[in-house]
Design a protein around this ligand. Structure first.
Ligand SMILES: [Fe+2]
Ligand SMILES: [Fe+2]
Length: 131
């Protein structure tokens, strides 16, 4: 499975948020490397997933505060999308903790798909019109 790469079409024109999206992509790609390496311990996978959860929580909080600061009208809908993803990620972590089998490609696909889709459809909506 190919890694995900940030490209300018992902930009929301807020440099700090673009940097955070790049960092999140780097974490996803780090997890990709871990998952694709067949001999890795579940402890390593758990550490990577937990690190991602922490970073995503930090990013969502930052982004929500930014949206609030610009009086973004769809803030509540956007927060709901964030909450749903956190739940999904927490479920992945629980499943993995219980030692149940997860297909690495399915986990990666979920993460990559959600991130791309969310940036391109939800995050880009709070972009201020450029002048
Ligand atoms: Fe978002
Ligand atoms: Fe975002």
């Amino acid at each position: 499975m190919p890694k995900i790469q940030w490209d300018p079409s992902f930009s929301v024109q807020v440099p700090e948020i673009d940097e955070q999206h790049k960092e999140w992509i780097a974490i996803i790609n780090g997890l990709h490397d871990v998952l694709m390496n067949g001999v890795v311990s579940s402890e390593t996978v758990h550490t990577q997933l937990t690190r991602m959860l922490e970073y995503v929580r930090y990013h969502f909080t930052f982004e929500e505060q930014y949206m609030q600061s610009i009086d973004y009208p769809l803030l509540e809908d956007h927060k709901e999308e964030h909450r749903a993803f956190l739940l999904e990620l927490e479920n992945v972590i629980d499943t993995e903790r219980q030692g149940k089998i997860m297909l690495p490609s399915e986990v990666m696909q979920m993460l990559v798909h959600w991130l791309k889709n969310h940036i391109l459809s939800a995050d880009k909506k709070y972009m201020l019109p450029s002048d």
